[in-house]
Write a protein that binds this ligand. Structure first.
Ligand code: ATP
Ligand code: MN
Length: 459
């Protein structure tokens, strides 16, 4: 029997002289006279375990096969390391190769590869320093998100991935169908399709979390989301993960407070648990990452109403690609100016014009703006979008009609306002946008294991 063995990260905690056994993949190998050095990594920590093998200590054939990319088991004694970069090393007494890797063809070489090249080998990039760090941070971030909400009594709810409600028009949708596309009668008969009606992949779970918040008070979803938007940007994916808390008996100010606490909490957790990985990002990817995170975790967010944000943009003296006036949707250039240059920290913009926001956001007294909030972060722009929801039945019904939507389609949503309605609010955080913020990685394709974007879905 082979049982799961000790992680390399635990081996580093053992005392000198301990007899240990490690498993992993060879990152690099170096030979000098009578002695061989292997950097071994099992993904458990950023730091490689240095293995030292003296000639004659292990079988010749095993030693010959221990080249970059190979997987192996090695046992021996933990000794102080004279070399730079590590305190201890493993002096091998036995070596077993599980799977060799031909050094002539193994695609991951020691010299740096471009992110584009690495994207083409998503099955092997996971073993590189950069992607090891990315996926450990992604794991820690996910844990921190659950911890934040669980510590506050929020119920975790799974919203559907296949949906038949056109939700909120948050973005173009992918159609789910079993109709024979090679042989499609026109006009299309949706009643003959799998669900007897049109179905799509969900662009958001928000309308469904509202149902749960009006029974469990505070809830959140955390799952995959799909948008068929043809925007080939470094910040958009066709498949991404979203976290959507929804809170009953909570208004926009409460919502804003939770969003700020939430972002600070998850940043602090990742700073606490992924030190080595973040130091790597700071050194090799973006040397402002650590300072920014520490700053954000400890300072308070700025709050500006949309109208004020527009005034700031108008008097900036900038030549905007998208001209600014009251009523426009803020573009990435505007968002980044506000957060990077005016305030130099995350900014929450609230009370956007009703015209540019979804129908379910609560109408303000002025009849023109809604209780929306976007949290903007330096480098990324929008990282969170949220609102206080319209809880007044008649106002909501009127907005549904005004947006040209069918009241019949939203009957259940209106029912929530008919039976035990309550003020409620929530927001959506894109997991990958948060990952970009934490790591300094510049392209969203490099913070998700298997990116899906227009024209590209490897694996
Ligand atoms: P954007 O204007 O940046 O496209 P949005 O207004 O469409 O964002 P929302 O519908 O409010 O975004 O979605 C909530 C959050 O989900 C966003 O704040 C962002 O963090 C994330 N998000 C939205 N679209 C994408 C996408 N295509 N890929 C990755 N994350 C996304
Ligand atoms: Mn969008």
């Amino acid at each position: 029997m082979i049982e799961p063995g000790g992680y390399i990260r635990d081996i580093f905690k053992k005392p000198l002289g301990a007899q240990v056994e490690a498993h992993g993949w060879v990152k690099t190998r170096r030979d000098s006279k009578g002695i061989h050095f292997i950097q071994l990594n099992d993904g458990s920590t950023f730091q490689d375990l240095q293995v030292v093998i003296e000639d004659g200590a292990v079988p010749e054939t095993a030693l010959a096969a221990a080249t970059t990319g190979a997987s192996l088991r090695v046992s021996g004694e933990l000794i102080p390391s004279p070399g730079a970069g590590q305190a201890v090393e493993l002096k091998a007494r036995d070596l077993h190769i599980f799977g060799p890797a031909d050094p002539a063809t193994y695609p991951l070489q020691k010299k740096g590869h471009t992110m584009e090249f690495l994207r083409e080998i998503a099955h092997l990039r996971v073993r590189s320093n950069t992607f090891g760090a990315v996926y450990r941070v992604r794991n820690e971030l996910s844990v921190a998100i659950h911890k934040f909400f669980q510590e506050r009594g929020f119920l975790y709810v799974h919203t559907p991935i296949i949906t038949t409600s056109d939700a909120e028009g948050a973005g173009a949708m992918f159609r789910v169908t079993t109709l024979d596309l090679m042989n499609l009668p026109r006009p299309v008969d949706n009643t003959a399709d799998f669900f007897g009606r049109p179905a799509c992949l969900a662009v958001s779970g928000q309308l469904e979390v509202e149902i749960f918040s009006l029974a469990f008070t505070n809830v959140y979803s955390f799952g995959p989301t799909f948008r068929a938007e043809n925007s080939n940007t470094p910040r958009h994916l066709a498949e991404f993960w979203m976290i959507e808390p929804e809170m009953a008996f909570c208004d926009l100010d409460g919502n804003r407070k939770v969003a700020e606490e939430f972002l600070k909490y998850i940043i602090a957790q990742v700073l606490d648990h992924c030190q080595a990985d973040l130091e790597f990002f700071n050194k090799r990817i973006d040397n402002t990452v650590l300072a920014t995170l520490e700053h954000v975790a400890s300072s308070s967010f700025e709050h500006v109403p949309y109208a004020e944000a527009v005034r700031l943009l108008e008097k900036s003296g900038r030549n905007w690609e998208f001209p600014v006036k009251w009523g426009i949707d803020l573009q990435s250039e505007h968002e980044r100016y506000l957060t990077e240059e005016v305030f130099k920290k995350p900014v929450v913009v609230t009370d956007y014009p009703a015209e540019i926001k979804a129908f379910y956001m609560r109408l303000n007294e002025d009849g023109k703006t809604v209780r929306a909030m976007d949290v903007l972060a330096p480098r990324i722009g929008e990282i969170i979008g949220g609102s206080q929801r319209e809880e007044r039945h008649d106002v909501l019904a009127e907005k549904i009609r005004a947006k040209g939507l069918s009241e019949e389609d939203y009957k259940w949503y209106l029912d929530l306002r008919k039976y035990g309605s309550a003020p409620h609010s929530g927001f959506g955080l894109g997991l990958e946008r948060m990952m970009m913020y934490l790591t300094g990685m510049k392209n969203i394709r490099d913070v998700i294991p298997f990116p899906r974007t227009p024209g590209s879905a490897e694996f």
